[in-house]
Design a protein. Structure first.
Lengths: 193, 206
């Protein structure tokens, strides 16, 4: 069960998700599957996720904490095939909806009033991103009158497949001692205490 | 003064009767209505003493949005997607009113009531209406964001956050319908209660 010992832990939880989002956007932009205004949304929103990464990293440092290191790679294949516009938008929608629910579910853990204010300003933007992408698929921008948060455990369960290393190609040689998988620091950190 | 502010928030005094007591009839007559609303609103804004006051503050805005949407739909001026969004979002704003009203009543508090009149802009055309609704939603997100740090009860914080998120979703769509970038900044600005009341005061009127 994920527990937070302090605000730095909560911020690092948010940073882990933002790093993932920022990396996902870069990959999706590189896929060149969108055009026109939709492509512009991807670029703009991706830059905003990177701004979240940068700000959270800075704040954690200012508070005397150590920002989580971004994994060197993610297993984006866990999202399924992303070969066309519809698939891409479905994936980014899922991630943004997840991000919004994660911030909402984490708000109650934040002790500092200033950090809570900062978190809700980011929370709103994740929701705005989700809203636009949902609408592009013909989905209701706001599925519920009152949005539901997800607990850190629920969020972790959904994000884990992307943090795991991709399945290794089978070789006849004996498997080497397993190295730390990308994101294992995240699991250890959130699992501490 | 503080007690009087609490009583406004708890819906126990009309603005008029409060102002008469505070300022005297002559002063009241001499001042334009809108500035009276501002000064009273600013006094109110300086004091959000507890979660129920914050909920009534939020409910004041939700009523405003609820009625704005209702009148927007009734105007017959909205077309196509604008009409669909107004119906969808307006219904959700009404649900916010019902939820917060119910929560306050259950807690033995007096919820602020919907006003008989609001100073809306004239709903002359679709663009004016969408622009106004956009401003209301933007103000709503900012209001919830600015109030969050003052909420003591974690359950109320979660509900307020859940409502704030929906206001944000509405805001993005309405900005786009209003010809603006749907998400102009990486951080959606939190508004202090002062700033919210500066924006909403004229609409709420006296």
């Amino acid at each position: 069960m994920v527990t937070f010992n302090n605000d730095i832990d909560v911020l690092n939880y948010a940073l882990t998700l933002e790093q993932f989002e920022a990396a996902l956007y870069k990959v999706l932009i590189g896929a060149n599957l969108l055009t026109g205004v939709e492509a512009q949304y991807l670029t703009t929103f991706g830059a905003q996720e990177q701004a979240h990464v940068d700000t959270l990293t800075q704040v954690i440092g200012q508070l005397g904490g150590t920002p989580v290191t971004q994994p060197t790679s993610y297993n984006f294949a866990a999202a399924g095939p992303i070969t066309n516009r519809d698939q891409l938008i479905a994936v980014v929608t899922m991630v943004e909806d997840l991000g919004a629910s994660a911030y909402l579910g984490a708000a109650g853990y934040i002790q500092s009033r200033d950090l809570l204010t900062a978190a809700v300003t980011i929370h709103a933007v994740e929701a705005e991103h989700a809203s636009i992408f949902r609408d592009l698929q013909g989905l209701a921008p706001a599925p519920d009158a009152v949005a539901k948060g997800r607990t850190p455990d629920e969020v972790l369960a959904m994000v884990m497949p992307f943090l795991a290393a991709p399945a290794p190609t089978p070789t006849p040689a004996p498997a080497p001692a397993p190295a730390a998988t990308p994101g294992s620091h995240f699991i250890r950190r959130l699992g501490d205490g | 003064m503080e007690d009087r502010i609490l009583r406004i928030v708890h819906g126990e005094l009309s603005r008029r009767s409060l102002l008469k007591g505070a300022l005297g009839a002559a002063a009241l007559a001499a001042m334009p209505i809108s500035s009276i609303a501002f000064s009273e609103a600013q006094a109110l804004a300086a004091n959000l003493p507890d979660d129920f006051a914050i909920l009534n503050f939020a409910l004041t805005l939700e009523h405003l949005e609820d009625v704005a949407y209702r009148q927007a739909i009734a105007s017959g001026k909205l077309t196509g997607k604008n009409q669909q969004y107004a119906q969808m979002f307006g219904d959700q704003e009404h649900q916010h009113v019902v939820l917060i009203t119910g929560a306050l009543q259950q807690a033995g508090q007096t919820p602020v009531a919907e006003q008989a009149h609001y100073n809306f802009p004239a709903y002359t055309d679709e663009h004016t209406i969408i622009d106004f609704l956009r401003v209301l939603e933007e103000t709503g997100v900012g209001a919830y964001s600015g109030a969050a740090q003052f909420i003591k009860d974690k359950g109320i914080l979660t509900v307020a956050g859940g409502i704030q998120q929906v206001e944000a979703r509405h805001t993005a769509i309405l900005r786009r319908q209003d010809g603006m970038a749907p998400v102009p900044t990486a951080f959606e600005k939190a508004l202090t209660p002062d700033m919210v009341l500066a924006a909403a005061g004229p609409i709420l009127g006296a």
